[in-house]
Design a protein around this ligand. Structure first.
Ligand SMILES: C[S@@+](CC[C@H](N)C(=O)[O-])C[C@H]1O[C@@H](n2cnc3c(N)ncnc32)[C@H](O)[C@@H]1O
Length: 373
């Protein structure tokens, strides 16, 4: 969406009246008592969009429907398998969960339609439902739950949903009880002719790619997940039993997984995990190991700086080994992508891996400079 005049900071840029918000509540007047308990707002709004598409001329929504994306081929859930496997591991897991959710929602919707078949012009195919589900996923806003007049928490707000995202947009969106409309205020000024953005939230590019099908340049929220590499890392002198015991201990202490690297730092969780992995030898029943475990807890709680100088010396060495694994994977995937035909999807994947590689290189650089991680 483009500014048609200069916009000042603090101005309301879009206002969608409550009667135009598509919510669970607004759809109750269309579907009445038919809405079953197990059909949530995402499902019912998706079904509503799919039904509008089945009979667009009758709906009065044709101009809006015409402006919706025809397909969602840049959404990873629609990637062919050979591209899906080029996503970072955490994004692949995210896509699998999303696909399972769409399939489950489709099946619940089919159940609902069994007793409401008159709503349909023709049987609802999976592809049709998936498209409508993705319309909702990529375009809905969250309404403040405290807002009494909009009972359910997500809404399709036609027109407002044509605003694109950038991480540095500063906007405030809320339901205004005075004007009875959902409105978005920009906290930044725009010049006539500039694209006006909103902010979908503090998300890294992998999340944005899976949920919205695009990536943004210079995203400060990017990070690299190293969970799989951490779990597979072989530590000299660490037996299989010791590794299993340590992972259990990490789990019990709430430090299992979610190990990430940011451009300028290594997450505290990863440092905590690595410090424990580097306690060797590790024999749960020995007094020395029990002392080391107690010291590890104290380091995690901030009561102690380190388990031992040797443990602390080894941490960056093994973090660098994790970095090398990701770096090799980034190089391999960038090589594969360079041989593919250039499409938006390939460019998105290239950007994700270039960013991962740069984060890793900056951490390796920090390690080589002996800076604190
Ligand atoms: C709420 S819609 C925004 C309007 C959309 N561009 C349209 O014309 O219908 C969200 C979708 O817009 C696209 N989008 C939003 N911000 C973007 C950006 N900064 N760069 C590229 N695509 C973006 C993505 O396809 C996303 O799924």
């Amino acid at each position: 969406m483009m500014a048609t005049k200069d916009i000042e900071a603090g101005e309301v840029i879009v206002q969608v009246p409550e009667r135009n918000l598509v919510t669970m509540k607004s759809l109750q007047s269309t579907y009445g008592a038919r809405i079953a308990r197990k059909v949530n707002s995402h499902m019912i709004i998706a079904l509503h969009i799919a039904l509008l598409v089945q009979a667009p001329e009758r709906s009065g929504w044709l101009p809006y429907l015409r402006m919706l994306p025809k397909k969602f081929d840049t959404m990873p859930v629609r990637y062919p398998p050979e591209l899906l496997e080029l996503l970072p591991q955490n994004a692949q897991v995210h896509v699998k969960k999303q696909k399972a959710k769409i399939e489950a929602d489709y099946n619940i919707t089919l159940d609902f339609l069994q007793s409401n078949a008159d709503l349909l012009t023709r049987p609802l195919q999976y592809e049709e439902y998936e498209w409508a589900w993705l319309v909702v996923n990529t375009r809905c806003i969250y309404l403040d739950a405290k807002n009494q007049s909009a009972a359910d928490n997500i809404a399709l707000a036609p027109m407002l949903d044509f605003l694109n995202h950038t991480h540095d947009a500063k906007t405030e969106g809320a339901f205004c009880t005075k004007t009875k409309s959902y409105q978005i205020k920009t906290l930044l000024p725009y010049k006539k002719g500039e694209q006006v953005f909103i902010n979908y939230g503090p998300h890294d590019n992998c999340f944005i790619l899976v949920e919205y099908g695009f990536v943004t340049p210079n995203n400060p929220y990017n990070y690299v997940t190293v969970d799989n590499d951490f779990m597979q890392l072989s530590i000299p002198g660490e037996s299989a039993t010791a590794k299993k015991d340590k992972l259990e201990l990490l789990d019990m202490a709430g430090y299992h997984g979610d190990y990430v690297l940011h451009r300028n730092d290594v997450s505290f969780r990863l440092l905590a995990g690595m410090r424990l992995r580097l306690v060797n030898p590790f024999n749960k029943s020995s007094v020395a190991t029990q002392l080391a475990i107690a010291q590890w807890h104290n380091v995690v709680n901030g009561e102690l700086d380190q388990i031992s100088p040797e443990n602390e010396r080894l941490v960056p060495i093994h973090i660098e080994r994790l970095c090398d694994e990701i770096l090799a994977l980034a190089k391999k995937n960038l090589g594969i992508l360079a041989r593919k035909k250039t499409t938006f999807t390939v460019m998105h994947l290239q950007q994700v891996w270039i960013e991962a590689r740069d984060i890793i290189l900056s951490i390796i650089d920090k390690i080589h400079r002996k800076e604190e991680l």
